[in-house]
Design a protein around this ligand. Structure first.
Ligand code: RET
Length: 300
């Protein structure tokens, strides 16, 4: 039934051009390979976050009780990302149907909504930005101020980008660009604060914690800027290949900015816990300044 309906649509689809609220994927058709590339990477996306969820639940015991709220935040980030990325994948696979006549995947009786991604960010961006506070030394009186500034600026950035993405097909070099520039203002603001706070931390964190914090800063810069690269893809091309490219960019950015970031923050928390005398079996080496990675030798 669905595919019959889709095939009855006029080939030029004039109603597409009339729509202002549109996403790149809805404006193109996909070869079976392009369709598979997108639905496969979307599946990896939510599967990785469900796996991350298990990891953070199981590794909670590896940090002292005072750092456990941080691991709990990773659990919340994983669950919301896994569910919303699953919803995004369902939106994609429900929207497109195979048309045997053309050999392409074409829109059926639903459209694809890219907005789920931004809804996920709305939850996760404020959490990710404030999660690091648990392993930083921030004076109690400043804590809520920083939470408010970083969380608020993060949410504002997402909302501005969310509005912008509705124009990615009809006005990529106009509205998409300008809403993007508007979103960059809070982005620069919170990045500057995050960079300063984590930079100070490299100076006072013990042993391995400081080294890991350095890696976190590089990872943050790389992965958060990758979202901007993905956002501007429609400015260069409205095509099926562009849709494939940006799905991969967003998924790589997601895995780095949420899962790997959470794992590294957990390592900082474990290193601090060990340095403060909390016993974590197998992680004692994290307390040392120049700890080599433990080598496990097997008896032959
Ligand atoms: C937008 C619009 C263009 C300008 C800027 C953007 C930045 C987005 C970022 C998103 C980060 C998302 C994360 C999600 C985790 O779940 C909105 C693309 C600056 C940095 C970390």
């Amino acid at each position: 039934m669905r595919s019959e309906r889709s095939l009855r649509l006029p080939p030029s689809l004039p109603w597409k051009a009339a729509s202002v609220m549109w996403n790149l994927e809805n404006a193109v058709t996909f070869s079976p390979v392009q369709f598979d590339l997108i639905s496969n990477i979307l599946t990896i996306g939510y599967a990785a976050h469900f796996a991350g969820l298990a990891y953070f639940v199981l590794s909670r015991k590896n940090v002292a009780p005072r750092y456990r709220a941080m691991t709990t935040m990773s659990v919340v980030v994983m669950l919301s990302a896994a569910l919303l990325l699953l919803r995004l994948d369902l939106s994609f696979t429900n929207a497109f149907v195979f048309d045997p006549a053309s050999g392409q995947y074409v829109l059926g009786d639903a459209t694809f909504s890219h907005g789920y991604r931004y809804l996920n960010w709305l939850i996760d961006v404020p959490l990710l930005l404030t999660q690091s506070f648990f392993v930083l030394n921030i004076a109690k009186r400043d804590l809520w101020g920083y939470r408010f500034k970083l969380g608020g600026a993060g949410a504002l950035m997402v909302v501005l980008g969310y509005v912008g993405q509705f124009f990615e097909v009809v006005d990529p070099l106009g509205a998409l660009l300008w809403w993007g520039i508007a979103a960059t203002v809070p982005f620069i603001y919170f990045t500057a604060i995050f960079w300063r706070l984590t930079g100070e931390a490299v100076g006072y964190l013990p042993g391995q914690a400081a080294k890991t914090m350095k890696q976190i800063r590089v990872l943050f810069m790389f992965s958060w800027n990758l979202y901007i690269v993905a956002y501007v893809v429609p400015m260069f091309s409205i095509s099926a290949n562009a849709a494939v490219t940006r799905t991969y960019l967003f998924t790589i950015a997601d895995v780095l900015s949420k899962i790997i970031y959470g794992v590294l923050l957990g390592k900082v928390a474990t290193a601090r816990s060990v340095a403060e005398g909390f016993e974590v079996d197998g992680y004692e080496y994290l307390a040392e300044d120049d700890a080599p990675t433990p080598v496990v030798t097997s008896r032959s």
